[in-house]
Ligand binder design. Structure first.
Ligand SMILES: Cc1cc2nc3c(=O)[nH]c(=O)nc-3n(C[C@H](O)[C@H](O)[C@H](O)COP(=O)(O)OP(=O)(O)OC[C@H]3O[C@@H](n4cnc5c(N)ncnc54)[C@H](O)[C@@H]3O)c2cc1C
Length: 421
């Protein structure tokens, strides 16, 4: 994971960066410059595909030395995958695909001067900017839940350190304890994931802590894949998982980290382990740069993913208002490819294509029982609409579900290779 050199820049190489007071310094090449903020799924894909065209100078800004995928992190929580197997560095992007990687956070965007400011105070000039900052949390919406509380009642909605905290808590929890999942309101990152989490943690409990229970306190009255989940819960984990919709419990109002309780409008719930997943919005750099509207998410042209608020800046991934497209890694990757072609067309005059937008997700109910969906989307009326959809059905044979779980593992390898090179 370490030791990458040529195109990795930690604020040092290549003449790309400039001191805050210095005039803009281009990289000394005549190629148009694209800067990408965020080395997660959307950002890494855009950088890789743009660099692959060999006609652009591509720089990726990401503060972390590697990316831990949220997808498959529920398998980690259940003890079925290591965190290392979900961790990707940027070496292949830098070495093989000639992307300049700067390991720093972007702190500001100046659309007038077309520059990005880094945490070090340096500025980076661009001809086109792509922003894929993922999500931020609306910490104010649940009383008592802030970044410090998240260390005690983890959301684990960004994978990595948060996932480790939650896994440790589940491991040390006594048999017979209650694991509370507070599920967020729409829209949020990966709609089936809180319920996949309940399923896989139930699988872990069934083996190691069979007297334990899982309580899902939901900010909603329905959820993605509901029939498939509820069918699986009664088959695999009878009596272990209880789902309480908003109409029964009322709004999730507050938490108390000391007593590990979650308070809703109508009731107080004591947890042995509490996984509180707050309401979400676009990553904070998008908000600061005026890319997000009053919903907290970023409106974009669905054909090019150019911001409708800040021309010349494109946004992809969870941060956008994606219409029918769910906030998923597959969506982010698909949007990123459409965006890369649109950016290239605007800078180099390469042909413009109508975007091909897809999503396909695999969701685990148990290690050998997974369901899947596959959806085709198209821009329509300024938004993104579903054109065609397939989803697994209740009542499929165990063999079909086993095959789907097996395919999911293959998808993970192929997909992460596509994103991180
Ligand atoms: C538990 C769980 C399970 C999931 N399972 C699936 C699944 O099975 N299938 C699926 O398709 N999706 C799944 N997802 C969703 C998927 O992980 C996200 O939709 C995807 O990661 C979104 O990509 P993104 O690029 O928008 O954001 P991210 O991948 O989060 O990337 C954002 C990046 O931006 C960086 N960043 C933020 N701010 C700055 C800044 N100021 N400067 C520089 N960099 C910055 C961050 O460090 C981060 O690396 C799951 C999510 C969760 C939580």
């Amino acid at each position: 994971m370490t030791g990458w050199t040529r195109r990795q820049i930690c604020g040092l190489a290549g003449g790309t960066l400039m001191a805050a007071a210095a005039p803009h310094v281009a990289r000394g090449q005549s190629q148009p410059r694209v800067v990408v903020i965020g080395g997660g799924i959307g950002g890494a894909t855009v950088a890789r595909y743009l660099a692959g065209l060999k006609t652009l100078d591509v720089t990726l800004i990401e503060p972390n030395p590697n990316h831990v995928t949220c997808f498959f992190s529920n398998l980690y929580l259940a003890g079925l995958r290591s965190l290392a197997s979900l961790t990707f560095d940027f070496e292949a992007l830098a070495e093989r695909h000639d992307v300049a990687v700067i390991q720093k956070a972007a702190t500001a965007i100046n659309p007038a001067s077309k520059t990005v400011e880094l945490q070090s105070g340096e500025r980076l000039a661009y001809d086109r900017l792509v922003v894929s900052p993922g999500i931020a949390f609306k910490f104010g919406e649940i009383g008592g839940y802030d970044e410090a509380t998240a260390e005690i009642m983890p959301h684990a909605w960004n994978a990595g350190a948060q996932s480790q905290v939650l896994r440790r808590q589940l491991e040390t929890m006594e048999d017979g304890g209650v694991f509370v999942i507070a599920a967020p309101p729409n829209p949020f990152r990966c709609p089936p994931a809180p319920y996949e989490r309940a399923s896989l943690v139930a699988y872990y409990f069934k083996q190691f802590k069979p007297k334990s229970k899982i309580l899902i306190l939901d900010a909603k009255d329905t959820f993605s894949g509901q029939e498939l989940f509820q069918d699986a819960w009664s088959r695999h984990y009878p009596g272990m998982i209880e789902w309480l919709p908003a109409q029964f419990i009322g709004k999730i109002e507050a938490v108390d980290a000391r007593s590990c309780t979650v308070m809703t409008e109508n009731e107080t719930f004591k947890a042995a382990v509490a996984n509180v997943i707050p309401a979400q919005k676009a990553g904070s750099i998008a908000e600061r740069a005026g890319l997000a509207d009053s919903t907290g998410w970023c409106p974009v042209d669905p054909a090019t993913f150019e911001s409708t608020l800040q021309p010349g800046i494109h946004v992809v991934g969870d941060a956008i208002i994606g219409g029918d497209m769910p906030k998923s890694a597959f969506s982010a990757n698909s949007q990123a490819k459409a965006c890369a072609f649109a950016v290239a067309a605007s800078l180099t005059g390469s042909p413009r294509f109508p975007p091909h937008l897809f999503n396909s997700c695999y969701t685990f109910l148990a290690p050998d029982d997974a369901f899947t969906n596959a959806i085709i989307f198209a821009p329509e009326g300024g938004g993104i609409k579903t054109v065609k959809m397939f989803i697994s059905k209740v009542g499929e044979s165990a063999e079909v579900r086993r095959r789907t779980a097996h395919q999911a593992v293959g998808w993970y390898s192929a997909f992460t290779a596509d994103v991180f090179g």
